[in-house]
Design a protein around this ligand. Structure first.
Ligand code: ADQ
Length: 510
């Protein structure tokens, strides 16, 4: 059993509810003419956390995704009761959004933590907005939670939340999980607010990282900046002691709901999508990329590699088609608009050069897919191309393997994706900056004997199955509270899966 933390917050025995806090709620609000529509939110955090919180009577606090005035209580009330946990919004002004979200979160921490420090814009104003908005989130946590809650803070937007709670003397058990990588000391040193950020991270009772590599980087930064810190313990979770305060630091590779993905990929609806896909494609060999629009995902590098493979291995022409799905993201930011233009230009160039007799080498989709469509692509693709320049984990790599139920696909995976720490033996690992090396891997995957493909894919699927999202949450809660998810009472009513995915759910004339 864990000791009580050094402050006098609640003993872990009495903690019965999870309060998740993240920048965005797991929903997207869209205005369609005079109506507000609630849709499922996108991205890895939502994919991972939605099945965990479902029907547990907990709380999710986050920003709604709009700066417009909306009657939240009315709109979210129905949704909360249907998904089995409460949603509470933090409202942000346009100015706060620019400074905190687009500014500090996405123009400083995001590039810095992905080793792309030359993309950082260290504007002092961003920092003050970041602190202010973290303050707003801590107000919401204070208002909506009680001392017997476990406050589980997600991701880099809210690093200062535990510190703000402590400063206001709000006693809560807190945990933090960083969904993105943590950089090495050499890179982290460049951050103007490095000491404050590190200090704020130490205010949580548990800090979770995706991989041992990220955890090691963090510990090295701690040791560099805080000389009196001592680390003890072995295994995935260790304890840090700083003066009379201690906290835990762990590595918890995030995952997906394996059973649900595998089951849903086997439905007749998905199969009929696949038949349609195969009828409408010139070639049956599909290589697939699925990514949010982001410069960390290595999209131009991947397109260059595919073009290079067609150039150097002519037998791939008319035989292998790349479907590249790009999910719109952060499109209000100039860098993202530029990236979109670059991707579209490259697709045009490669298609212009290699299109022949009805065969188009790259099919490019810039939109959100519905779930069956996405699963059909995963199941049908003979090659999964997951080549980020750097990624905390990358759930697409796990979804692809899980849904590839015929086990005839090959995963080509960047060595800089967090999932490479689990998949390195059975995927074809590539350095995404190495265009020819990645092109060679595409050719190797195409030529790979069926038996070898089946063996590798089977092993990959077993890894995801053994390490699914429920293991992740259990491991985290075990380290934080010596509890597992099942120790949190679940609500009696049955909550259908479809509601959690929030396909268009609530239409209100507002
Ligand atoms: P992301 O950067 O968003 O997540 P990722 O882990 O790949 O990246 O998750 C993307 C999610 O979006 C997947 O669950 C996928 O199914 C979904 N998605 C992708 N394309 C879609 C489409 N066209 N339509 C609908 N849904 C789509 C961040 C970190 C990652 C980390 C996760 C979770 O950057 O490194 O793995 O959080 O911790």
């Amino acid at each position: 059993m864990l000791n009580k933390p050094d402050d006098d917050s609640e003993s872990v025995d009495t903690i019965t509810r999870i309060v998740a806090v993240s920048n965005r709620l797991p929903i997207k609000l869209e205005r369609v003419k005079e109506e507000w529509r609630i849709r499922a939110g996108g991205g890895g955090l939502v994919t991972a956390m939605a099945p965990v919180l479902r029907n547990r009577g907990g709380i999710w606090i986050g920003w709604s995704g709009t700066t417009e005035e909306v009657d939240w209580r009315d709109l979210l009330g129905d949704t909360s009761s249907e998904i089995g946990y409460d949603l509470h919004t933090v409202t942000l002004t346009r100015q706060e959004l620019e400074g905190f979200y687009e500014g500090f979160s996405n123009d400083v921490i995001w590039p810095m933590f992905h080793d792309l420090q030359t993309r950082c814009k260290f504007a002092p104003d961003y920092w003050y907005h970041y602190l202010n908005v973290n303050g707003k989130f801590s107000d919401a946590v204070e208002k909506h939670s009680v001392e017997s809650d476990f406050i589980w803070v997600h991701d880099y937007h809210l690093i200062h939340l535990a510190q703000m709670l402590r400063m206001r003397n709000v006693k809560r058990r807190t945990g933090f999980f960083l969904h993105i990588p943590f950089p090495s000391v050499d890179i982290f040193l460049k951050m103007p607010w490095r000491a404050q950020i590190l200090q704020a991270m130490t205010e949580y009772d548990l800090i979770g990282f995706q991989t041992l590599h990220d955890r090691r980087n963090f510990i090295q930064c701690l040791q560099f900046f805080i000389p009196n810190v001592s680390i003890s313990g072995r295994g995935a979770v260790v304890t840090a002691q700083m003066g009379d305060r201690s906290f835990r630091i762990g590595s918890f590779p995030i995952s997906i709901d394996y059973e649900t993905f595998a089951r849903d990929a086997a439905t007749p609806e998905v199969l009929s999508h696949i038949s349609w896909l195969q009828r409408s494609m010139f070639s049956q060999n599909i290589a697939l990329g699925v990514d949010r629009l982001d410069y960390t995902k290595g999209l131009p590098e991947r397109l260059h590699a595919f073009g290079n493979a067609l150039e150097r291995y002519p037998e791939l022409r008319k035989k292998l088609t790349l479907i590249q799905v790009v999910v719109p993201s952060r499109i209000s930011m100039v860098e993202y608009q530029a990236l979109k233009a670059e991707v579209e230009q490259l697709v045009g160039e490669i298609n212009g050069k290699f299109t022949r007799d009805g065969w188009i080498p790259i099919h490019y989709l810039f939109r959100n897919l519905d779930r069956n469509e996405l699963l059909a692509y995963y199941r049908a693709a003979r090659i999964g191309l997951v080549t980020p320049l750097k990624d905390g984990m990358n759930l697409v790599s796990k979804e692809y393997c899980t849904c590839n139920i015929e086990e005839e696909g090959v995963l080509i995976l960047s060595e800089f994706a967090g999932s490479a720490s689990q998949f390195h033996k059975y995927a074809l690992l590539v350095n995404p900056h190495d265009i020819e090396g990645t092109a060679d891997a595409i050719y190797e995957a195409y030529k790979m004997p069926l038996e070898e493909k089946k063996y590798r894919m089977h092993q990959l699927r077993e890894i995801v199955k053994r390490n699914d999202i429920y293991k992740w949450v259990d491991d985290y809660l075990q380290a934080a509270l010596s509890k597992q998810l099942n120790d949190f009472p679940s609500l009696d009513e049955y909550v259908p899966q479809i509601d959690v995915d929030f396909r268009i759910k609530v239409d209100k004339g507002k």
